[in-house]
Structure formats: structure tokens, C-alpha cells
Ligand binder design. Structure first.
Ligand code: IMP
Length: 426
């Protein structure tokens, strides 16, 4: 069972990129299974920071194959720009593969996304404005274009013509000459990267290779199980990984859930443990909580163990990675939400939508730097107590703890998946 899944256990931005970067050092293939350039995965190596939106974070570790899977939606223009950025920084991109089954995000999807947000006014979802929702709508409505369609631009131009006719009735004008020419240029540039990734993944699995599958966004943004309608348009939970890459559940041996030591969200929607005022400002500034994709300040709050337990259950999380513990180094007291008052028989998304009132358990802070810790025993006693309390509430062990932005600032506990991975650079 050689597949390890890395799943965001909160509202995204948990720091999945750095955990994938660590695990990828023993993997033969890293794949993305869903979402699109709404994701922003940051990997920091020395003084270099890589901000990835489509290409799996394993590319920085120099993993043999990086796959953008069939369940994703991809903007050809953005992918070309990202490949150029990586190549410019000396990162090898010749084995970045785009599934021919992945759907394309085209400029009219971006236009539709932004227009829908404007129409929602005060009820805006706060999307990243990258056309994610409309691209998934086209996929489900069976009118989308896939990366494999770029192999036959004559047929693709005909499909675009039909789409343009339909879009005109929605008030969206598509300049087919401009779009066709742009797409043709991107098709040429991406041609060496587009392939049947399903067979590739299975070839790797059949030769006993190890596959790491990288989730995008987070569990609580899942289109079905998250805080609907304040969610993204794809499946973000572990169950979507097989469908989004093309393998069965028996291949998976570990599900690593990544959670911050506190909680953030961007965009609209309920957030029971959200803070306002100086504590929120302190979390935001210490944690550099600004969106990678949009630059928006993130909403900040205390760790919600009810939501985390929900995430552990629906993903089958076997190990937790707790990130950004160092951000809490300056707090005298650190509350954890252990329950909500009322509506206990409602599904979690309805509980929070209806204004759940959090019940807190407060832990003493440790008030000293955790940066530089490499082992569990290096962490202050109160930090270890805090983590132990999270494990008890979540019902699963915390196997990784990040204590700084740099790649090596990671405590790996015995029993963590692939804990033998080297910490050297690519
Ligand atoms: P969309 O995915 O751009 O349609 O945005 C829908 C919701 O998901 C918005 O609240 C976004 O802020 C949120 N979202 C989408 N991608 C991410 C992500 O990678 N991190 C955090 N939030 C995200």
C-alpha cells in the first residue's frame, strides 16, 4: 500500500506544501488530485521561497514525477508561467506531467467567477477569483475542455465556438481569435507535459514505488462536507484522492492531516473561534497570515478541536502534522475549542452555520522560542502539553510539528510516515 495522502484538515493554508516537500524526498511520484490555481503552496528552502499554485510541491524536492491529476482544473496560462518561474530558479520541470483528463480554466471562467461574486454582493463567497467554480460547473455540465483536447486544436476551436455561442446568452463575450491564438501557443508549450498520468501512476505503483498525493485547500472547504456554500467547488477530502488521480482505496496506507496550531480562513463563511482585535493581529503578523494567491489578510482564531475531530473522521487521518507552533510562542494563554453549545445532533457544517458558541479549555503558554527544536524533548513542557491535548481531542497522534518557515524547522516524531527522509536540499 504505497500511497500517502496529505490532506488539509482545516480551511486550507495549513502548510501542506512543506509536509509534502518532506515526504516527497522518499517518493517516486507526487500528485495533485483536485482544485486549481486557487491553491498556493509555499516551500521555503534556505533564503528561497517557492510559491506553487498548480505544480505539486514535490517538484522542489526533485521528485522523479510530479503529476497534476485528472481531478484538477488548470489554467494553461498560469501553468506556463509557473513552469517558467521554476525553470528560472533552476528547478527541473521536464517531469511535471499534466493529466490529459484535467479540465481547463479559460478566461471566460475567470470572468464568470468574478461576475458571480459581484452579483452576490454582501453574500459574496470570497472566492479567489480564478474561475474555479465555473470550470468545475462546465466539467459537471459536460461542456468543459480537457488538457488532452489541446492535442487537436482544430476540434478545440470548434468546441470553443459552440461555448462562445452559449456564453453570449449569459452576457459573456468571448473573442475567439484571441482565445484561440493564446490557447494554441499554450498548447505547444504544454505539449511535452501532457500525458496519460493514470498509467504512469500505476506503473510507479506496480514497480513498488511510493506515491505522495497532495491535497489542495482543506477539509472544511470541501464542496459536500464543508461549510457550504462557503466552500470551494471540488472534493478536498481524502476520499476524493483516488477519483482525482485514478487509483483505488486499497493503495493508501497513511493519511496525513495537516493542521495549524491555531486556525485561519480566507473568504466568507462561519468561523466559530475567530478572534478580533490584538490577539488576531498578533496571530496574523507572527504567522504572516496573508493569502499566497490573493494577498488577502486571513481571518485568525484559536484551534477548533471539534472541527479537527470531524476532519480526522471524514478523512480517516492516521497521523497529524501540526504546523506553525512557533507562532504561539508569545501567548500567555492558549485556548482550544473543545465543544460548541447546542445543536449537537446537527451535522458539523450546520452547527457552525447556525452560530455555534465555542466552549474553550485554556492552556498555559510557554513564552519561549520553539524555533530550533528538532526533537520532541526540545519543545517546552507547556508546548508538549498543548500538543498532547490536541491529540486527545482529535483522537490521533501528532507526528510532525513545524516550528519555523524554513524546511528544516520540523520535529518528526518516531512512527511518522517516512521519517527517515533526509533533510538535505534537492
Ligand atoms: P474558490 O476555490 O476560488 O472558488 O474559492 C472558494 C472559497 O475557498 C473561498 O473562501 C476561498 O478563499 C477558499 N479557498 C480556495 N482555495 C483556497 C486555498 O488554497 N486556501 C484557503 N482558502 C481557499
Amino acid at each position: 500500500m504505497p500511497v500517502t495522502l496529505v490532506i488539509g484538515a482545516q480551511w486550507g493554508d495549513e502548510g501542506k506544501g512543506r509536509i509534502v516537500d518532506y515526504l516527497a524526498r522518499q517518493a517516486h511520484l507526487v500528485a495533485r488530485f483536485g482544485g486549481g490555481p486557487n491553491a498556493g503552496h509555499t516551500v521555503r528552502v534556505g533564503d528561497k521561497t517557492y510559491k506553487l499554485r498548480m505544480v505539486p510541491s514535490g517538484v522542489v524536492a526533485g521528485v522523479e514525477h510530479c503529476v497534476i491529476g485528472p481531478g484538477t482544473v488548470v489554467s494553461p496560462a498560469q501553468l506556463v508561467a509557473e513552469l517558467d518561474m521554476l525553470a528560472f530558479n533552476g528547478i527541473e520541470t521536464s517531469r511535471v506531467w499534466l493529466s490529459d483528463l484535467a479540465h481547463l480554466i479559460l478566461p471566460y471562467h475567470v470572468e464568470l467567477d468574478r461576475a458571480a461574486e459581484r452579483e452576490r454582493g454582501k453574500q459574496a463567497l470570497g472566492t479567489t477569483g480564478n474561475g474555479i467554480g465555473p470550470a468545475y460547473v462546465d466539467r459537471v455540465a459536460r461542456v468543459g475542455l480537457r488538457a488532452g483536447d489541446l492535442r487537436d486544436m482544430r476540434r478545440t476551436r470548434r468546441t470553443l465556438y459552440e461555448r462562445a455561442q452559449a456564453l453570449r446568452t449569459q452576457g459573456v463575450k468571448v473573442d475567439l481569435d484571441v482565445l484561440g491564438a493564446e490557447l494554441e501557443a499554450h498548447a505547444q508549450r504544454l505539449a511535452p507535459h501532457i500525458r496519460d498520468t493514470v498509467v504512469l501512476v500505476h506503473e510507479v505503483l506496480e514497480r513498488g514505488g511510493r506515491v505522495v498525493v497532495e491535497g489542495a485547500q482543506g477539509t472544511l472547504l470541501d464542496v459536500g462536507l464543508g461549510t457550504y456554500p462557503y466552500v470551494t467547488s471540488s472534493t478536498t477530502v481524502a476520499g476524493g484522492a483516488g477519483a482525482g488521480v485514478g487509483f483505488g482505496p486499497r493503495e493508501v496506507d497513511c493519511v496525513v492531516g495537516v493542521a495549524k496550531a491555531y486556525l485561519t480562513r480566507v473568504g466568507g463563511g462561519p468561523f466559530p473561534t475567530e478572534l478580533a482585535g490584538p490577539q488576531a493581529d498578533e496571530l496574523r503578523s507572527r504567522g504572516a497570515e496573508f493569502g499566497v494567491v490573493t494577498g488577502r489578510p486571513r481571518r485568525c482564531g484559536w484551534l477548533d478541536a471539534v472541527a479537527l475531530r470531524y476532519a480526522v473522521r471524514i478523512n480517516g487521518i492516521t497521523h497529524l502534522a501540526l504546523t506553525k507552533l512557533d507562532v504561539l510562542d508569545s501567548f500567555y494563554e492558549i485556548p482550544i475549542c473543545t465543544d460548541y453549545a447546542g445543536n449537537e445532533h446537527w451535522a458539523w457544517p450546520f452547527r457552525v452555520e447556525c452560530g455555534a458558541t465555542p466552549v474553550y479549555e485554556t492552556h498555559p503558554g510557554w513564552l519561549r522560542p520553539t524555533v530550533g527544536a528538532h526533537a520532541w524533548d526540545d519543545l517546552p513542557f507547556n508546548a508538549r502539553q498543548y500538543i498532547t491535548a490536541i491529540e486527545a481531542r482529535a483522537g490521533v497522534a501528532v507526528s510532525y510539528i513545524s516550528v519555523g518557515a524554513e524546511r528544516s524547522a520540523l520535529v518528526v516524531r518516531p512512527g511518522a510516515p517516512l521519517a527517515g527522509a533526509a533533510t538535505a536540499g534537492p
